[in-house]
Design a protein around this ligand. Sequence first.
Ligand code: HEC
Ligand code: HEC
Length: 328
Amino acid sequence: MRRPFLGVAVFTVVVVLAIAAVGEMITRVSGEGGRRPAVAVSAGTITPEAGETVFWGKGKCSTCHAVGTRGGAVRGPNQGEGGPLGLPIGARAGERARERARATGKPYTATDYLVEALADPGAYVVQGYKNEMPNPFQPPIRLGSDEVRAVIAYLQSLGGTVDLAAIKLPAGLEAKSRAAAEWKPYVAGDSEKGEKLFFDVDSSAGCGKCHRVGTRGGSVGPELTTVAGTRDPVFIVESILEPSKVIASGYETVLIITKSDQYVTGIVKREDATTVEVADSQGRIQQVARADIKQRTPQTVSMMPGNFKEILTVEEFHDLLAFVLGLR
Ligand code: HEC
Ligand code: HEC
């Protein structure tokens, strides 16, 4: 008898089940089941230094943000010198606050902007970036209010003035995060089998062809070494089953048509004044001279195959999920 595939018919059911289960799996994987980890920052120790530790550690901020020349992440704006407006975040926040005051008609201080950036990341999206910043109060990041206050103090210290009294967090943010963590388990996947599937290029998954985890894997798609540390399970499930729904920044597909009517599809990996380097789905790099380009059109379809729900079995999918959700 054939094992069941994750066909269209079961798709909705699987997603609903997965969403119900993964909260529990995450807690289990990280060993935090039932109890919250000891809070590193408490009311008495809210300092920029404590916030710096959270930024580069538990908060996972540095997986998307660099600070000046420290760290290499580019997914979110640099928070040091060299960030948007050419200002570090502590100074930039003042400019943004004026912009937000104009847009909303309400008064904003620089610190109000920082609070909003963390408590409601989608409220304002920095130009040139996508609405991709996770809410740090929610799983999987799950910071406490004092940790967020400390991070804000650290951001203030980057070119601005540290002022703890100005940090006014809206009430109820942590309460929401606890509710979101109360998901119930169903079937647990086997993460060891999932890991094998991930890296086995001859299996129906073969994710490692395109994704690096630690020191293994390719670089067509984003590195997934800590993906579950910043992405919630729903996002991860959707990324695997519906890759084109949200395309990760920097990994958009383009179609280039050359003057000799050659079609080149892929992800732009590098470009300078004379050449554009495009990676195809096998990771092969093709160089196109800028002078040869007739047309360059962004595509709405991801380079990640969209047929995993047809080719993975239900069991394989959950094994993979168990592996990917453990990548923190
Ligand atoms: C998964 C990637 C990701 C993670 C993790 C992340 N951010 Fe962001 N962040 C972004 C992106 C993308 C933007 C720009 C879009 C926007 O404004 O919402 C952003 C915007 C911001 C902004 C406001 C924009 C600015 O620079 O003016 C601040 C402040 C910020 N992040 C701080 C943090 C802090 C502190 C953490 C850790 C608790 C964090 N981010 C974690 C991706 C991320
Ligand atoms: C042919 C290359 C390719 C293969 C094979 C592939 N992916 Fe992807 N993946 C990509 C690309 C490119 C992106 C970025 C564009 C997007 O978001 O769709 C991506 C995005 C993702 C993301 C979202 C990451 C983020 O930070 O936003 C996840 C999660 C992911 N893939 C998991 C997987 C898993 C699990 C498998 C195996 C079942 C897999 N991928 C197979 C190319 C691939």
